[in-house]
Design a protein around this ligand. Sequence first.
Ligand code: KIV
Ligand code: ZN
Length: 497
Amino acid sequence: MDDKVIIFDTTLRDGEQVPGCQLNTIEKIEVAQALEALGVDVIEAGFPISSPGDFKSVVEISKAVSNPVICALTRAVKKDIEVAADALQYAKRKRIHTGIGVSEFHIKYKIKTTPEEILRRAADAVKYAKKFVEDVEFYAEDAGRSENIFLAKVIEAVIKAGATVVNIPDTTGYCLPEEYGQKIKYLRENVPNIDKAIIATHCHNDLGMATANTMMGIINGARQVEVTINGIGERAGNTSLEEIVMILKSHHDLKLKTDINTKLIYSTSRLVSTLMSMPVQANKAIVGRNAFAHSSGIHQDGVLKKRENYEIIDPVEVGIRESSIILTARSGRAALNHHLELLGFNFGKEEIDDIYHRFLVLADKKKEINDEDIKILAGVVFQGEKSPKLDLLQVSCGKSLIPVATVGIKINGEVHFSTASGNGPIDAAFTAVKQLISKTVHLEEFLIQAITKGSDDLGKVHIQVEHQGKIYYGFSANTDIITASVEAFIDALAKIN
Ligand code: KIV
Ligand code: ZN
């Protein structure tokens, strides 16, 4: 059996179906080009009959991307297939992805027909798609809840009709990993012509089992996985590309490979998150902000002794510069000393003990200890030189007004003022801040999250800035999101030495 697992990315189709995540054509091309650089084998570029915008995106992505196969989704309907073929006309390598529901639910209550009719329509759709393209993938919608004997009949019929790939979606994310794996095994053992097609997994995450199910599919013989960046997709999302790729890379025992350039995973994740305005949860595997951050004393000590003690992946492998050791009340002496060394201090054991006691008192009051605090604890900075703080913020903005912001920042006990304009109130305020704290930084991440749903909600802002190759984090929360953003920006700048 082939040792390569084909990566079929559906960020631009299943992922883009998420409410609020819609992209324009230019943005879709940017994502498609990033996916090509990442090394995906197939890009599902859209569902051309669904809207003129989707049609145009499939056309433009086909022109902009050369290496991956470009795939267009259809229902098992002639008109859909014709429109998809038309949208794919410029693709160098093209695929039509057609299909129909096969579970009792879908047959009885959605399509309102009989199993015999489903069999006929499935095979007819594949035959019709074959008139336009050589590469035809068939999806058996809701295969996860379908009866295996009927599913096997449908798969045999569509392969006979010319399907090159057969997709077995767990559309509702219902299957248990063992059950999904057995389904793939059953098809391999009971569909006589199965060796003429590649089996694909397409798992949804409704019960948090999409990655486990996809892995069981692979272990049982599937050689294409349908995935999205950051696991975005309908409802709870799809299997995430980064998780499957890194599982296969970490588990050498499986002897399976992909063509993904893993060093581009993090940047692709951030691109998709930013363009789709879809934050990545902090504890998301592989790409979450905390995926390589250590905060408990025992773990920090272990990582500092040997990274592999608590990390199974080197963050550099996925394009993250380094693991981070966050200083909190749970940190031990080893972590504190590590930070002191990074700041250029070399203290003996007794001095470290002394600083550590003062550190614990401060850490009980403050959630996170920054470099400025450490310098104060180490006695090299006078208390008066504490971090800059926002003292005043005044913005004027609105329709037909040029956004202008004035900031007052307390530095060393004295308030300094600056005014600037920008393309929005935040841009204006950030420019004004930079006039007072002149550090050359690149804004890497800027995330505003509402905690509940009301308009009176508290806005939480996370910022990441890059300065001379190092990342600095800033955080604030306020009912006024512009104030929170400026405070978070100052917080990040204040951490730069
Ligand atoms: O989840 C699903 O079944 C799908 C198909 C259209 C492939 O997205
Ligand atoms: Zn899906």
